[in-house]
Design a protein around this ligand. Structure first.
Ligand code: NAD
Ligand code: MG
Length: 396
């Protein structure tokens, strides 16, 4: 039983995935403004020690671990605090259902879909970091957002940039969205070099400090492919009006080009606390401790076209979006399985895109009729991808 709490004028916040890279940055910002925010719930997968430490500091009503085996340890760690404790995937969804006005969706992967949807269905304001849930259930998710009067605020730095410079009251004036990409740690590597790259090399991002999965996605540039699909849904923008440009300094976070020839951009240091603070404070701005830009010290901002030969993930993501139906769900599921297999050294770096391509080729895209249908398609695509991984990638 979770005790009720009197409203004290502060905004109620729930952080789904509070122990991750985005989650920890969100905790830092929320903790710094305890005059504005109070915490309803914190959730994690299995990092009990960090979750318990965060809970002791932020005093939520509820702390949840998705991993049921971690329940006893969390219960023990929070004994005597009055904080309710729960475990399991359903309990994560229940955490999202508590009446927090603002929810940070920072679980990694399609595992974030059900809890994010639970927050959407009660009309919450959601800071959306979990891009995979929009990739795998985009149209249905946006339909739920509209039906329940929820608000999705992008946290991904590129989408936050676009959100900040998009004149959404005159969509006919927007010509294009231009997503910037750092190019990742292998931007200048040859295909032969990339074939031999290890998980340690792939997660060592030159500009951003992030969780392992998104770091590998940055190295393959699938991250930009997922972001293309995310932008398509968030901003109702057709695929052929979303461009991608490589910008290795990660200072310009994305741009919008207008019919009069103007191009508006948002700039800042590569520090996720800025887009998180924008979503947290929206519609006002709150202070964030990100390093300030020193343009003279940076000296040069450079740009180049992405190389489709070395980064096939970009082509695959565009193709999935063009195919429509379940293709983006399949793309995302296969990518999650392939990244996991790469991180556990089951396949090589370039095999990630091969697994995704084979899985996309193997499954005919059918339009999902419901979220349950999306989840079934996700499971089917994972099984298919795993079979390619186990069989050593078929024809490769
Ligand atoms: P991370 O791996 O550091 O953290 C993931 C969080 O989700 C952790 O709290 C973990 O305990 C929790 N989690 C993992 N699996 C779970 C499961 N099955 N059920 C419930 N909880 C689970 O990841 P991150 O880098 O913080 O990224 C989170 C999301 O934000 C991703 O979708 C990523 O693409 C997106 N994002 C991250 C960044 C970044 O800078 N890190 C930038 C833009 C977007
Ligand atoms: Mg991004």
């Amino acid at each position: 039983m979770i005790g009720a709490r009197e409203h004290d004028g502060r905004r109620g916040i729930t952080i789904l995935g509070s122990t991750g890279s985005i989650g920890r940055n969100t905790v830092e910002l929320v903790e710094a403004r305890s005059d504005l925010y109070r915490v309803e719930a914190l959730t994690a997968n299995g990092s009990v020690d960090l979750l318990a430490e965060q809970a002791r500091r932020l005093k939520p009503r509820l702390a949840v671990v998705a991993d049921e085996a971690a329940y006893d340890r969390l219960k023990e760690a929070l004994a005597g605090t009055g904080i309710s404790v729960a475990a399991g995937a359903t309990a994560v969804v229940e955490a999202a259902q508590l009446p927090a006005e603002w929810v940070m969706a920072a679980i990694v992967g399609a595992a974030g879909l059900a809890p994010t949807l639970a927050a959407v269905r009660r009309g919450a304001v959601i800071g959306l970091a979990n891009k995979e849930c929009l990739v795998c259930a985009g149209a249905l998710m946006m339909g739920e957002v509209a039906a329940h009067g929820a608000t999705l605020l992008p946290v991904d730095s590129e989408h936050s940039a676009i959100f900040q410079v998009l004149e959404s009251d005159q969509p006919q004036a927007v010509e294009k969205i231009i997503l910037t990409a750092s190019g990742g740690p292998f931007r200048c590597r040859t295909l032969a070099e990339m074939e031999a790259m290890t998980p340690e090399q792939a997660v060592a991002h030159p500009n951003w400090s992030m969780g392992a999965k998104i770091s590998v996605d940055s190295a393959t540039m699938m991250n930009k492919g997922l972001e293309l699909i995310e932008a398509h849904h968030l901003f109702s923008m057709p695929e052929d009006r979303i461009d991608i440009v490589v910008h290795p300094q990660s200072v310009i976070h994305s741009l919008v080009s207008y019919v009069d020839g103007s191009v508006l951009a948002q700039l800042g240091s590569p520090d996720m606390r800025t887009p998180i603070a924008y979503a947290l404070g929206w519609p006002r701005r709150i202070a964030a401790p990100a390093p300030r830009l020193d343009l003279a010290a940076i000296g040069q901002l450079t740009f180049e076209a992405p190389d489709p030969g070395r980064f096939p993930a970009l082509r695959l993501a565009r193709h999935a979006l063009q195919m429509g139906g379940s293709a983006p769900t399949v793309l995302n599921a296969a990518n999650e399985e392939a990244v996991q297999a790469f991180l556990s050294r089951g396949i090589g770096f370039l095999d990630i895109a091969r697994v995704v391509e084979q899985t996309l080729d193997a499954i005919a895209p059918t339009p999902p009729s419901s979220i349950d249908d999306v989840l079934a398609q996700d499971r089917r695509a994972r099984e298919c991808a795993r079979s390619f991984i186990e069989r050593g990638l078929g024809s490769q």
